[in-house]
Design a binder for this molecule. Structure first.
Ligand SMILES: C[S@@+](CC[C@H](N)C(=O)[O-])C[C@H]1O[C@@H](n2cnc3c(N)ncnc32)[C@H](O)[C@@H]1O
Ligand SMILES: Nc1nc2[nH]cc(C(=O)O)c2c(=O)[nH]1
Ligand code: SF4
Ligand SMILES: [Mg+2]
Length: 235
């Protein structure tokens, strides 16, 4: 079975969430069942870009990862788009045989059996500002598919007060999932420089909210890659 791949890049560092700072090669799948208004990866979402995606066999994907990493095992993060549209089981099997670890970033709208083969599953349900609506039954199916396998964490992007209240409710629904909050980036044009002061201000705002509330459950993190490289692609 071939895979639709928007890009494979790295090694870089994981810029977000539980594995922040970890040396990582990214596999970005093409295609998504969501259209978050603020998506920072539309080149991998909008099917208008599908002519730039690569149709690859799992072995070809694996060859590229192995080449980028010099054959030295590290963590591979499968993101997108929504990688759960496709079957990454064969790629994970090839990589695990070589001693690599796997993480996956998905919104939790589609469950796949290969979630059970991951080391880390990052579920990132979308708050109201995305203009998408979470199907919690589908999200629960993702949790079941991963049961007994990877560490499962939840990462929620926060743009405003409504998102913040929504994240709190989501955390109460899944108190056993480690929670990571990241401020939303409203400047996602890869050709425009990022306003670092504004980026830090949004982080500052979120930290103030959480601490003023005495809400000690989540970890609040910036997008480290945005601080270092702005919205540049392939880092
Ligand atoms: C591009 S998505 C791809 C994986 C999957 N579709 C998902 O949304 O989880 C990877 C991560 O980037 C986050 N993200 C996307 N656009 C963002 C933005 N403008 N600001 C902050 N985080 C963003 C998503 O919420 C998700 O956690
Ligand atoms: N360095 C880096 N870290 C990331 N964490 C999540 C990313 C993504 O777009 O899924 C991402 C990305 O594109 N680059
Ligand atoms: S679910 Fe992820 S990839 Fe899809 S549109 Fe939303 S942020 Fe972008
Ligand atoms: Mg990103």
């Amino acid at each position: 079975m071939t895979l639709r791949i928007a890009e494979i890049f790295g090694p870089t560092i994981q810029g977000e969430g539980a594995l922040i700072g970890e040396p990582t090669v990214f596999i970005r799948a093409g295609g998504c069942d969501y259209r978050c208004v603020w998506c920072d990866s539309m080149h991998a979402v909008d099917s208008a870009n599908r002519h730039d995606w690569h149709v690859m066999e799992p072995v070809e994907v694996w060859k590229e990862v192995a080449q980028l990493s010099g054959g030295r095992p590290l963590t591979v993060s499968i993101s997108g788009g929504n990688p759960a549209i496709q079957d990454f089981g064969p790629v994970i099997a090839l990589g695990k045989a070589d001693g690599y670890k796997f993480a996956c970033e998905t919104q939790g709208s589609i469950a796949k059996p290969w979630f059970g083969d991951l080391d880390t599953l990052v579920l990132s349900p979308k708050p109201p500002s995305s203009e998408e609506t979470v199907d919690w039954a589908a999200f629960d199916k993702c949790l079941s598919a991963a049961e007994g396998g990877p560490e499962i964490v939840m990462k929620i992007v926060i743009f405003d007060d409504e998102d913040y209240a929504w994240a709190k409710a989501a955390s109460e629904k899944y108190p056993y999932l480690p929670l990571y909050l990241q401020p939303g980036n409203s400047e996602v044009d890869p050709n425009e420089p990022v306003d670092l002061t504004a980026t830090i201000d949004r982080l500052h705002w979120l930290i103030e909210k959480v601490t003023a509330d005495r809400w000690f459950t989540p970890r609040v993190l910036p997008q480290l890659h945005v601080l270092v490289w702005g919205n540049k692609r392939g880092v």
